[in-house]
Design a protein around this ligand. Structure first.
Ligand code: ATR
Length: 278
């Protein structure tokens, strides 16, 4: 019996229990995936209590991705580089922290568009929060030509670029510049919460300058097709959706916990129906 879970605050709307139960079924495993709503005030006490729960592993979400680190015994390379953890594996030797945010994103993009990230590709990230940082570091490993970052607060974009240590050509832009330059990129990735339900009439920038054939991705998955993606579609863009990333990140965590090799695409249709029904 697998014992899995999620810690965060709030966690009530999480799709993770549904996804992980599907993955368990696919792999012929049984078990539970429990939601632990832990407020920041109770964090240190509750985490220590969690150590006696006998969990095999758990996910970590907002606002605990950084605060969990002092409670862990070891970090993998991605968690070290990002200073944030979204997956913990509980082993007899202790708790090990991973960060699957960026790699989950890149893999889901490649699942849909195998040609999107090439040596000559230019990528634009919109936003500079935790999600942008994870995706930036995963993109560094792909060998693309350029990854620029646009943000409302330009200093945050510069900070991410600086921490990349020059491993890829990168410039920072403000959002007006980004809006004007959208047509110059092969891949554009919206990494902020702008456009998320109930504010689904908002977009971070207008996608009117996107050119035909550009791959445009939005990490927001409620609604599935954000206003930004809708506008990009009208310009002839190829769309990549936030729920695809979410599913791939969950699959990554599940692989870490169980050493199985689940198939994300096999449950994608059911996941889409589930999201539309929620
Ligand atoms: P997280 O770490 O969870 O990704 P975050 O650190 O709050 O979240 O980052 C959110 C991102 O969304 C940031 O890039 C933020 O821009 P700032 O760095 O300028 O704050 C961006 N963001 C949030 N609301 C926005 C808005 N209304 N317009 C433009 N950008 C916005």
């Amino acid at each position: 019996m697998l014992k899995l879970g999620l810690i965060g605050h709030p966690v009530g709307h999480s799709m993770s229990p549904w996804i992980h139960h599907q993955l368990m079924e696919q792999q012929g495993l049984t078990g539970s995936y429990e939601l632990f709503d832990i407020s920041p005030e109770q964090f240190d006490t509750k985490i220590e209590q969690l150590k006696s729960e006998g969990l095999d592993g758990f996910n970590v979400t907002v606002p605990h991705k950084e605060r969990i680190i002092p409670h862990l015994d070891r970090l993998d390379e991605s968690a070290k580089a990002l200073g944030a953890v979204n997956t913990v594996k509980c082993t007899p030797e202790g708790w090990v922290g991973y960060n699957t945010d960026g790699t989950g994103f890149v893999d889901s993009l490649r699942n849909r568009f195998p040609e999107a990230l090439q040596e000559q590709s230019s990528v634009l990230l919109l936003g500079s929060g935790g999600a942008a940082r994870g995706i930036y570091f995963a993109l560094l490993q792909t060998g693309v030509k350029r990854v620029d970052i646009a943000n409302r607060t330009i200093a945050r974009a510069e900070a991410i670029i600086d921490s990349g240590g020059g491993r890829v050509a990168s410039s920072s832009l403000d959002l007006d510049q980004a809006e004007a330059e959208l047509g110059h990129y092969d891949v554009v990735i919206q990494t902020t919460t702008v456009g998320m339900s109930p504010n689904s009439d908002e977009h971070i920038v207008s996608a009117d300058r996107i050119t035909k054939g550009t791959v445009v991705s939005d990490i927001v998955y409620r609604p599935m097709k954000t206003k930004f993606l809708e506008e990009a579609e009208k310009q002839g863009a190829a769309l990549h959706f936030g729920h695809e990333m979410l599913l791939q990140q969950a699959v990554y965590a599940f692989k870490i916990w169980t050493r199985t090799n689940p198939d994300a695409l096999a449950i994608l249709d059911r996941f889409e129906s589930k999201l539309k029904g929620v």
